[in-house]
Design a binder for this molecule. Structure first.
Ligand code: UD1
Ligand code: CA
Length: 492
């Protein structure tokens, strides 16, 4: 086999077939928008097509086309769409795609939109083979254990003479294991002539694109096949079982690639990584980690167990344990979790901490600042080295408006405080535990906002004389515990 030429001149056009019904998915969502490793199947098809740098990239749409077109518009401005109103077969679909390409000459590649593992490089190899052999048509083929349902490649003295569909095949042809992937390169003029020659004389009464192969052979034009070893690259998705299998295979490939680049996965089988995620060297992923969207993890960071991050940027050497986060930034050396919930707009600085049972939203928590336990931090700006005590609530919503709270540098907010926004706690200020802060606490000030303690002496003996509390009190020497005395002395 000739070596693939990776400096290919661009192809004239790629026609991506995306008009089919996808009825076996049983879904209100177009089959092509179902995701593989976090991206719609359609996106993969467009990326692979774009790798050929085509002058024209046409996607043939039909079924559920509003959904498909809407997604296509977000993918690329270069591509155009052609409509196939009725699905009269693959030949008819390509004819619809060519309607807007009058006068285009050269190589025309035809691919499907539901073959997510097909790589751009594989298409480039196909084109290289097609050009190298001066073929009129080159079909991408694969050898499969169970060819049921596929078109079979019919050869005579090794040369391809035609493709026969499963339902039109003879018993003998059915035993052929080389199948048609449905991906081809055609010479433009040959393709137009071939399409014009198609009939609906087959079991389905459809216009079969595959018949062009025999058409070329009969006219003594060169027909070639390019056998792809990696069968997954030719596999389509028709139902949700195949979708799940495709996802598994894609995950396997993504995980293997990252492990080879220096990422440790304690349990690859329970680790899920979207295709656009980026991981640095020496990242450790514990079991149950799901990394989605455009999540990036810096060098040496430790993630998991049981952590889901979507569009989160994690700095080097950070630790993120049992956490659910989205659209957030975690700084270098910071620690998060266990049991943290980082909502959009959370930005944690270097060496900062978001600890156990903490929920954050729209919160800028500067370098070295800490929110270690049981807190809700919403619409907050927390400066460097500030410490937010256990149970603190940033009351950002009064039922109508959302407002901001600022906690200054090295400020200390005592446990179980409520900071009622909008409110400002200045640099180096302290908030006494249990305070409900509604007014600003200026820099260097102690803010106390709680009722004073009152002890009612002898209350238990009088009100509950028979209780175990009364008995315990009677037994006690009444002294303060030495550990507390010690702490008090230390504090003084
Ligand atoms: C087709 C091939 C078969 C090949 C198989 C590989 C033909 C006649 N047969 O069969 O040799 O082994 O693909 O998967 O080409 N589509 C349209 N409009 C249509 C019909 C189809 O856009 O009118 C699109 C579908 O959305 C799909 C692709 O073309 O993406 C293939 O169509 P499908 O009906 O699945 O073809 P098969 O019968 O599987
Ligand atoms: Ca199919």
């Amino acid at each position: 086999m000739s070596a693939p030429d990776n400096d290919l001149a661009q192809v004239a056009a790629v026609v991506v077939l995306a008009a089919g019904g996808g009825t076996r998915m049983k879904s209100k969502t177009s089959k092509l928008l179902h995701e593989v490793a976090g991206k719609p199947m359609l996106s993969y098809a467009v990326s692979a097509a774009a790798a050929l740098d085509p002058e024209h990239l046409v996607v043939v749409v039909g079924h559920q086309r509003e959904q498909v077109v809407e997604h296509l518009e977000r993918l690329s401005e270069q591509l155009t769409t052609a409509v196939q109103d009725q699905q009269l077969g693959t030949g008819h679909a390509v004819a619809c795609g060519l309607a807007g390409l009058e006068g285009v000459e050269g190589d025309i590649v035809v691919t499907y939109a539901d073959v997510p593992l097909l790589a751009g490089d594989t298409l480039r190899q196909l084109v290289a083979v097609h050009r190298g052999r001066h073929n009129a048509v080159t079909v991408m083929t694969a050898r499969v254990a169970d060819p049921t349902g596929y078109g079979r490649i019919v050869r005579e003295n090794d040369a391809v003479i035609g493709i026969v569909e499963d339902r039109d095949a003879t018993e003998e042809q059915r035993s052929i294991t080389e199948i048609n992937s449905g991906i081809y390169v055609f010479d433009a003029a040959t393709l137009r002539e071939g399409l014009a020659s198609l009939t609906t004389d087959n079991d389905q009464g459809e216009m079969y694109l595959t018949d062009i192969v025999k058409f070329c052979h009969d006219r003594s034009q060169k027909v070639g096949a390019h056998l792809v070893e990696d069968v997954w690259q030719t596999e389509g998705v028709n139902d949700r079982i195949q979708l799940a299998r495709m996802n598994q295979e894609m995950q396997r490939r993504i995980r293997d690639a990252w492990m080879l680049k220096g990422v440790t996965m304690v349990d690859p089988a329970s680790t899920f990584i979207d295709v656009d995620v980026d991981l640095a060297q020496d990242v450790v992923l514990h079991p149950g980690v799901i990394l989605q969207g455009a999540t990036t993890i810096g060098e040496g960071a430790i993630i998991g167990p049981s952590t889901t991050l979507m569009d989160v940027e994690v700095g080097a050497n950070a630790e993120v344990i049992r956490t659910h986060g989205s659209f957030a930034v975690i700084g270098e050396g910071a620690t998060v979790g266990p049991f943290a919930y980082l909502r959009p707009g959370t930005i944690l600085g270097a060496n900062g901490k978001i600890g156990t049972f903490v929920e954050t939203k729209n919160a800028q928590i500067a370098d070295g600042a800490k929110v270690p336990h049981l807190a809700y931090v919403g619409d907050a700006i927390i400066d460097e080295q500030a410490n937010i005590g256990a149970g603190t609530i940033f009351a950002n919503y009064d039922g109508v408006h959302k407002s901001k709270t600022h906690v200054g540098k090295a400020a200390f907010v005592g446990s179980n405080s409520v900071l009622v926004a909008p409110v400002d706690v200045g640099a180096g200020a302290l908030v006494a535990a249990g305070s409900t802060i509604t007014d600003d606490v200026p820099a260097g000030t102690l803010g106390v906002a709680r009722g004073r303690q009152r002890n009612v002496e002898g209350w238990v003996a009088k009100a509950r004389p028979e209780s175990k509390q009364a008995a315990a009190a009677a037994e006690s020497d009444g002294n303060v515990h030495p550990a507390v005395i010690e702490s008090r002395e230390k504090k003084a």
